[in-house]
Design a binder for this molecule. Structure first.
Ligand code: DGY
Length: 320
């Protein structure tokens, strides 16, 4: 008999076919609407495997409802939506999809940095709103990227992919990490700085650490006070790492110059969110890994992880 699984979002046909080869599949069949919690609660008691996205909170309550559950396969590198302690207690394997999204997410991070620095979104709106009357010397002027100092918080896979891009743009790259990264220091010429020094020195701060209890509100009032008035904060990791009240205060009191945000404490946001109306903030709807090729690979790797665990094999990537 095939193991039973529940998939919390409509996937590509090719991936569903792959899952159906090995499993009995039930699926929430909407692409752009997350599965309601009560539906998830009704489905998990029946299954051996759960294929989920970062939009689902897989907490103790859900895990307790699922006595047969052996694997939770998250289609994301981040797994802060899953209660690892509750999963560990039940020996449930939790898997994720790192590596394959590294370069795509680094691309988006650099694009957001450039868009924020050079006011690209404002400039596009300038034409759309019929504001362009003439060329003038200081019209829509931004800040240079070349020659500036990029401070990377978290020199993991995506952090170092970002450093490579910054090197190509003649930036000076500094970083802070729990542990120093001698390989990156040597190969990428990046320089380690102490926490406070990083904030004082950088023209751009990019947040590249995963979200956890330790990194929640990691960047708050103190950090914004250290930053230069001309500096920018770019976050493509998780919203809760940056304290949003402190960020809003810093942006509206000229403590920092601008921000580029792909992630928020509560997602999704809409056009009433306080950051959306600030002219010095570029907001994106959590699209770091959103290239067609990468999202397909993520779907595929999450399926492979799930199938492997249900077959008693090691997944490609596991968190626990
Ligand atoms: C992740 O994978 O954690 C991203 O936030 C979405 O790709």
């Amino acid at each position: 008999m095939k193991p039973k699984i529940y998939v919390t979002r409509k996937l590509e046909d090719r991936i569903i076919a792959k899952l159906e080869k090995y499993c009995e599949v039930s699926m929430w069949d909407k692409e752009d609407i997350p599965v309601p919690r009560e539906v998830l609660m009704a489905e998990v008691p029946k299954v051996d495997g759960l294929y989920c996205l970062l939009t689902e909170t897989i907490d103790q309550e859900i895990i307790r409802l699922a006595p047969r559950l052996k694997v939770i396969s998250n289609m994301a590198v981040g797994y802060n939506n899953i209660d690892l302690t509750a999963a560990r207690e039940r020996n449930i394997v939790v898997t994720n999809t790192p590596d394959i999204l590294t370069e795509t997410t680094a691309d988006l991070t650099f694009a957001l940095l450039m868009a924020t620095a050079r006011r690209i979104v404002e400039a596009v709106d300038y034409i759309k709103n019929n504001q362009w009357q003439t060329w003038s010397p200081m019209q829509l002027t931004g800040r240079d990227v070349y020659g500036a100092t990029l401070g990377i918080i978290g020199m993991g896979r995506i952090g170092s992919a970002l450093a490579r891009r910054a090197n190509g743009f003649a930036m000076n790259v500094v970083y802070h990490n729990r542990n120093r990264s001698p390989k990156e220091e040597q190969e990428l010429g990046v320089q380690y700085l102490e926490w406070e020094e990083l904030f004082k020195t950088s023209d751009y701060i990019c947040v590249m650490v995963p979200y956890s209890e330790e990194t929640k509100n990691l960047i708050a009032e103190k950090e914004f006070q250290l930053m230069k008035e001309t500096s920018m904060l770019i976050n493509t990791s998780r919203g809760g790492i940056v304290n949003e009240d402190a960020l809003y205060h810093a942006l509206t009191n000229q403590q920092i110059w601008a921000a580029g945000l792909d992630v928020f404490e509560q997602e999704p946001i809409d056009n009433t969110n306080r950051f959306v109306s600030l002219p010095n903030v570029t907001t994106l709807p959590h699209i770091g890994s959103a290239s067609m090729a990468t999202r397909l690979k993520m779907e595929e790797v999450a399926a492979e992880n799930l199938i492997r665990v249900l077959q008693g094999r090691s997944p490609l990537y596991s968190v626990i």
